[in-house]
Design a protein around this ligand. Structure first.
Ligand SMILES: [Zn+2]
Length: 570
């Protein structure tokens, strides 16, 4: 038994995520966690909400709520939806937790002690009426280039010109509307990432087994242009982790908070503390400190490609800079984007299916199966309703669902609702055992290396084996002349249902549970020896015919859903 730490990129707090976000991190991370648990390994699977920074403040203001209250509510919303999709986090934490506050402050203090923090004086716009510095996106005015009247401090959304807040005509605060703005100097802390460039380059270079998508993005950020730059870790904001040097005040940094990119990944560690403090675990350090037991932990991270720079460079720079035996990631699985029907998902235009809407249409297994079997691994992928209908109807209803229904109903009508006896296995069964053995080994291989699409294809092929076996041996025909042979064939089929339940659980946990319930067994042991596995449900073992596992999506539904989620056009 091995120990596996798994984290999914933590979703930002402001709103419900779409299916592309889901398949880019949380869902494949859950697949991997469920698989490793199924193989008997010890797994700690963590995720959280990313709650600090300007967008959270803006979203809360828009909702008319204090930001802390807004975040608490949205965390519960996201947790509930994650649960609806069967995401099996051991803990779903919050980056605003007291544990993360303390840990982020401790990290900053230690990095300063290591000589890796420097102070930088900058000029920034200050709003006298609001009594605060304004981030660029809190400043609006008229674009000097095109005359657009709500250009932002960093960019004009109309003509796309990059701007400085001081370029704007009639610049005003979006908080109060005040035009009483002035440029003031302010001091910020920078993490000296450039000092760690060599160590990071060597570390990335040593990761020969990482996906090219991960290493190519890392190397680009490391080397392109002037290479890896020092990066500000503080902001003039109210909402966030107050800047402190460990538990001490940081002179000159009063009223400032840490920049969200610095505190968010530290939440991966704080989340393990939250897990212990919630009474779900006992020893978080054995997962995160190599001097306290984590040297035998394999740590795998999941994320969309936009998050790769933070996870390959910024967070490792933080960890390496600490020089304190903190666990570094062992494997980073990154994903391209899932597009929606010829374009992009869009929150503002209501385009595409969002996680809460998906669960209103169909149970989560339909979505899990389709998204994972089309995971955007080697390139961007696309969701179309046509493909979704075709694939789920075929794979889930025709192949898996039909197999389960056929064999259980046939057994009930010709024998009873118990595993029948019959003759011993013959050549057809020996062949089935050989085929299953080879395919299950291939499936395990793809799951071990987190090749999601290939694993899904292999699982589908394993389901197909059962149908082919029934088709070729036709117990409904055999029954007329050799009922004892038909009984054995049905016994094989019933045992296949249990095997399918176990192998399929990482992809479709609800259907898996329904299959085990129908087979009236709690024996979910991973099938390692197929001869043993095909005899696991003994002769006379009772079962029941389950409800249809999957229904088909109709053409009317497909058309209606395509229309409903098309969004408003530009
Ligand atoms: Zn403009």
């Amino acid at each position: 038994m091995a120990r596996h730490l798994i984290t999914s990129a933590i979703p930002y707090i402001n709103g419900i995520k779409h299916l592309g976000n889901l398949v880019g991190s949380q869902l494949p991370a859950d697949l991997f966690a469920r698989y490793l648990r199924g193989r008997g390994h010890e797994v700690l699977f963590l995720c959280a909400t990313d709650e600090h920074g300007t967008p959270a403040e803006l979203a809360a203001a828009k909702a008319g709520k204090p930001v802390a209250e807004y975040c608490a509510e949205m965390h519960d919303v996201q947790a509930k939806i994650a649960d609806g999709f069967g995401l099996s986090f051991d803990h779903f934490g919050r980056s605003s937790s007291p544990q993360n506050h303390a840990l982020t402050q401790a990290f900053a203090g230690r990095l300063a002690e290591q000589g890796l923090i420097r102070e930088v004086t900058e000029e920034q716009v200050y709003s006298i009426a609001d009594g605060r510095f304004l981030p660029d996106r809190y400043i609006e005015g008229t674009c000097p280039n095109c005359g657009f009247d709500s250009a932002r401090g960093d960019q004009c959304d109309n003509c796309t010109k990059q701007l400085d807040p001081t370029d704007l005509i009639d610049a005003h605060s979006t908080i109060s509307g005040s035009t009483d703005l002035e440029v003031r100097t302010t001091k910020h802390l920078y993490l000296r990432q450039s000092e760690l460039k060599g160590a990071l380059a060597d570390w990335i270079e040593s990761k020969k087994d990482w996906p090219v998508l991960t290493t190519s993005i890392a190397k680009k950020w490391l080397n392109d242009g002037d290479g890896l730059q020092d990066r500000g870790i503080t902001r003039d904001l109210d909402w966030g982790v107050p800047v402190k040097n460990g538990t001490e005040d940081w002179p000159g940094m009063e009223g400032k908070v840490f920049y969200v990119w610095f505190d968010a990944p530290i939440e991966y560690i704080a989340c393990a503390q939250e897990w212990v403090d919630a009474g779900k675990g006992t020893d978080w350090e054995s997962w995160w400190r190599t001097d306290k037991g984590a040297d035998d932990v394999t740590y795998t991270q999941f994320m969309g490609k936009d998050n790769v720079p933070f996870h390959t460079l910024s967070f490792p720079a933080t960890i390496m800079g600490m020089d304190q035996d903190w666990k570094l990631v062992d494997y980073i699985k990154s994903f391209n984007y899932l597009n929606y029907d010829g374009g992009q998902f869009s929150t503002s235009r209501g385009r595409g299916v969002f996680m809460d809407q998906a669960l209103d249409l169909l149970p989560s297994d339909y979505w899990r199966w389709w998204l994972l079997s089309h995971a955007p691994e080697s390139s961007d992928a696309e969701f179309t309703w046509d493909q979704f209908q075709t694939d789920t109807n075929k794979d889930l209803a025709d192949v898996l669902g039909n197999f389960v229904s056929r064999i259980t109903k046939f057994c009930r009508s010709k024998f009873s609702e118990a595993v029948p006896d019959g003759v011993a296995f013959g050549p057809a069964e020996e062949q089935l055992i050989a085929d299953l053995t080879a395919r299950v080994q291939a499936y395990e291989g793809f799951m071990d290396t987190v090749e999601v699409r290939k694993a899904a294809a292999e699982l589908r092929a394993i389901w197909v084996l059962g149908n082919e076996y029934l088709q070729a041996n036709a117990p409904w025909t055999t029954f007329k002349t050799e009922p004892e042979t038909a009984a054995m064939q049905v016994r094989v089929g019933l045992n296949l249902i249990r095997i399918y339940a176990i192998l399929s659980k990482p992809f479709i946990p609800d259907a898996s549970a329904a299959m085990l319930t129908a087979m009236k067994t709690e024996d979910g042991a991973w099938p390692t020896d197929m001869t043993v596995a095909l005899n696991a449900l003994p002769v006379g073992h009772a079962f029941e015919v389950p409800e249809n596992l999957f229904r088909k999506i109709t053409d009317d539904e497909r058309a209606e859903w395509a229309e409903r989620f098309a969004g408003t056009r530009d």
